[in-house]
Write a protein of this length. Structure first.
Length: 160
């Protein structure tokens, strides 16, 4: 007999085979030290999900860039990160508590060379991901969510 009862339906009925979606989220203080913690939490979870090493390394880099941008460019005391895996994609979303009038933008590479190391993060995200974007958190407070997606493969499929 499949697990579940009238109050708890079997997972198979909720999540049909081949449609596995995994989600993991965490919240960290908006401090520079949190970037390393975000990388470690991401690496650990993707390893637990048996995500291939190349995708895991890329995702860790993307999380690092997005969390750094949220801490440096947004007013707030926390950042929230969510990783979602399913349908051959890995989606990373980072939410901050405040935003400037324009949101995230790609900078002019020539200008960045004269201004130092900053400003290259979104170029990196853009070059490594199949897509990225941002939207306001309208409806439940100030802030912005910046997301990025990358295609991926992983080891053995696990049930929902």
């Amino acid at each position: 007999m499949a697990p579940g009862n009238a109050l708890t339906p079997p997972l198979i009925a909720v999540c049909p085979p081949g449609n596995v979606v995994r989600r993991y989220g965490f919240q960290l203080p908006a401090h520079a030290e949190s970037v390393a913690r975000a990388r470690q939490l991401t690496r650990d979870r993707l390893a637990q999900w048996d995500t291939d090493e190349e995708t895991r390394d890329t995702a860790v880099l993307i999380v690092s860039e997005l969390v750094t941008n949220a801490i440096v460019h947004a007013a707030g005391d926390r950042v929230v990160c969510e990783i979602r895996e399913g349908e051959g994609r890995l989606r990373i979303a980072v939410e901050d508590q405040g935003y400037g009038p324009t949101g995230p933008q790609l900078h002019d590479a020539a200008q960045d060379e004269t201004e130092g190391e900053g400003g290259r993060g979104l170029f990196l995200v853009d070059s490594m991901c199949s897509g990225w974007g941002a939207h306001d958190t309208s409806g439940y407070g100030p802030g912005r969510v910046v997301w990025a997606e990358l295609p991926h493969g992983h080891g053995t499929e696990q049930p929902c």
